[in-house]
Each structure stands twice: as structure tokens, then as C-alpha cells.
Design a protein around this ligand. Structure first.
Ligand SMILES: [Cu+2]
Ligand SMILES: [Zn+2]
Length: 224
């Protein structure tokens, strides 16, 4: 008898997809039948334990208009702040792949700084016009590995004593298309560390009590 997971997934679909991911060197991928992430076939039946809740990860859009107009494989942010510069690149090979976020920022004080994607790409009043953290699923603030998190929650970056911070994040929920798309939103680096929702302050569950934004930029489509 064919094993099923959820309403529409069959293990045979998954095995075929897994083979192609193994060949491409990836450790996992999104299932074609429902868009959920899995790392190994054996984990499929236990999913989810960490990361997205069911429904947070979505299947790629089949709308042809969207596939032309609102899709990209790469995006870029040029970060700006007082004495702060940086560039961050986003790459997602297909809507089913995880997002790789890499970059460097210079000119920040040494230590940890919260980093998050805010809802709007409106910098007319600096970070204050960028809205709250991108949160289409109406969850509380959390850490990037938490089941309960804003989509925009990316945790912290560490800045060295020379003022340089490196960003190297792989995220399984963010996308460059569809409802989870981060295109046109703002990447904000904050003054304070992000307490990942666990700091016990009023702001902890809202934004990790990160204080002001100190470097920011709008996430734009990048030439491939
Ligand atoms: Cu923020
Ligand atoms: Zn948040």
C-alpha cells in the first residue's frame, strides 16, 4: 500500500525529488506535492519538528503572470546607515529551494545586532516607515529556527572589533516569489541584539527588543 503524508503527498513523489536534490548537492528541498520542507525522506513522516508550521511554507505559484513579473532568483540590498555600509545578496535557485543570504556590513559597533526583514520598502522616514517585521502569518516574534516566528526574523549578526559583520544565513521559509516573497521589503540591522522573543520585555514578542534601526536597504531584484 502506498504511504501518504498529509492529503496529497505520496512517498514515491518524494523519492524522485530527493534523488534530484541529492544529485544537486542539496541536503533537502520542498516537496512538490505540498511545498513543505524536508531534509531526509525518513524525516518526512515526522515533519514538522522545527522551522515552519504547516501552511507557512507554500507551494510555488502556478500563476503565469507572477512567474514573469514577480519572480527572481537573486536579490540584493545595499545597506546604508550613519557611517555604515554593506551589501547583502539573496539567492534562491527555485521557489522550492532554501534562501541563501550572504553579505558584509561595515561600520557598526562591535557585538551582536538584530537583523530582520520589515514589511515595507518605504524608507521615506528611515526605518520607522518600514512597518513591523514581515509577518504574513500573524505570529509572535521569534528566532529564525523557531516554529513561532515572523517570516522576517533572521536573528543576529556578530560584528568584530574592526566593525565588520558577516551575514551567512540559510532560510527555509523565505522566498523570492509568492506570499512569502521578500522582494520590495526592507532589510534592517538594529542597534541592539535580538532577544529572539525570549527577553521578557514587552518588545521581545514584537521585535526582539532590538531598538533603533542603524543600517537598512530595500531588497531589489538583481541581474543574474
Ligand atoms: Cu527590525
Ligand atoms: Zn520579528
Amino acid at each position: 500500500m502506498m504511504k501518504t503524508w498529509g492529503s496529497s503527498c505520496e512517498i514515491k513523489d518524494l523519492l524522485v525529488e530527493e534523488q534530484s536534490w541529492v544529485k544537486s548537492g542539496l541536503e533537502g528541498g520542498r516537496a512538490p506535492c505540498n511545498g513543505l520542507w524536508f531534509e531526509e525522506v525518513k524525516d518526512w513522516f515526522n515533519w514538522p519538528t522545527t522551522g515552519a508550521e504547516p501552511g507557512m511554507a507554500e507551494s510555488p505559484s502556478t500563476d503565469p503572470a507572477e512567474s514573469v513579473a514577480a519572480r527572481a532568483d537573486r536579490a540584493v540590498v545595499v545597506l546604508k546607515g550613519e557611517g555604515v555600509t554593506g551589501t547583502v545578496n539573496f539567492e534562491q535557485r527555485t521557489p522550492r529551494h532554501p534562501m541563501k543570504i550572504t553579505g558584509t556590513v561595515q561600520g557598526l559597533p562591535q557585538g551582536q545586532h538584530g537583523i530582520a526583514i520589515h514589511e515595507f520598502g518605504d524608507l521615506s522616514k528611515g526605518w520607522k516607515s518600514t512597518g513591523n517585521h514581515f509577518n504574513p502569518f500573524k505570529k509572535d516574534h521569534g528566532g529564525p529556527e523557531d516554529k513561532i516566528r515572523h517570516l522576517g526574523d533572521l536573528g543576529n549578526i556578530t560584528v568584530d572589533n574592526d566593525g565588520t559583520g558577516h551575514i551567512d544565513i540559510t532560510d527555509k521559509i523565505l522566498s523570492l516569489s509568492g506570499k512569502n516573497s521578500i522582494l520590495g521589503r526592507t532589510l534592517v540591522i538594529h542597534e541592539q541584539p535580538d532577544d529572539l522573543g525570549k527577553g521578557g520585555k514587552v518588545a521581545s514578542k514584537k521585535n526582539g527588543n532590538t531598538g533603533n534601526g542603524v543600517a537598512m536597504g530595500v531588497i531589489g531584484v538583481q541581474k543574474i
